[in-house]
Design a protein around this ligand. Structure first.
Ligand code: ZN
Length: 247
């Protein structure tokens, strides 16, 4: 994986306008990982996908993430800078070869071979409501289930066995479920928020892209430059020209 240029990021943003979140994630990683086929990337577990997105986000916008939350108890708004490193489920996650792989779960006389969900699974669940979606994901992620050596369909596993399988799958790919502990400075209420790198990163990209096009408009109007001329400027030089053009 490599960082994206300004024009590459703009191109991904434009293609992603009407895309679903998991398609935006794949488009970003596909642009940053041209050596991997789209099918390979779609088969990467969601936790490993999110670890790569967090890395890409760090390269594009820097090591700190500006998070905004609202206290569910008193409504106070909180703003904080969270280091990307603190959102990694393990410091060695990217080199952790075990993450996102197939796992085996033994529960009583059941033996299950399973894997964490990936982007292909999300595509297969498009349009399903939440219960059907959970069922479809589970069936896809259970590769083989046996009871006393006899094959059992995933949907016929006892509830306690299915719950154990879901927990073990989640534990095998922890970066897919990142939670942040928060405390309200006003009322001292403490709570946990789910952090979704896909929507967070895309919201940042959207705001950045609109600012960038605004800059292109201002400089193209003032100097008669082409879009590619403006995008080729470093941020510092672009800002100096903008200041002069608006003087
Ligand atoms: Zn509060």
């Amino acid at each position: 994986m490599r960082p994206l240029s300004v024009s590459e990021l703009l191109a991904v943003w434009e293609r992603g306008w009407s895309a679903r979140p998991f398609e935006r994630a794949l488009a970003l990683l596909s642009a940053a990982t041209p050596e991997c086929s789209p099918a390979t990337l779609a088969g990467v577990s969601l936790g490993r996908r999110d670890a790569s997105l967090l890395q890409l986000r760090e390269w594009v916008f820097g090591p700190d993430l500006a998070l905004v939350a609202t206290c569910p108890h008193c409504g106070q708004s909180l703003e904080m800078a969270v280091p990307a490193g603190s959102l990694r489920s393990s410091p060695s996650y990217r080199s952790d070869a075990a993450a996102g792989r197939e796992i085996e779960v033994a529960a009583g006389d059941h033996e299950i071979r399973c894997r964490p969900p990936n982007s292909e699974d999300l595509l297969a669940c498009v349009g399903l409501e939440s219960a059907a979606r959970r069922g479809r994901l589970f069936e896809r992620c259970v590769l083989e289930a046996r009871r006393q050596g006899q094959a059992v369909p995933a949907e016929q596993l006892p509830e306690n066995v299915a719950e154990l399988v879901v927990r073990r799958i989640a534990a095998s790919d922890p970066q897919a479920d990142v939670r942040i502990d928060l405390g309200c400075p006003d009322c001292r209420h403490q709570w946990t928020e789910v952090f979704d790198i896909v929507s967070f990163f895309w919201t940042e990209i959207d705001a950045w892209a609109r600012r960038t096009l605004h800059d292109v408009h201002a400089l193209a109007s003032a100097y008669g430059w082409r879009e590619s001329d403006v995008l080729a400027l470093s941020p510092g030089r672009r800002q100096i020209y903008l200041t002069m053009a608006q003087a």
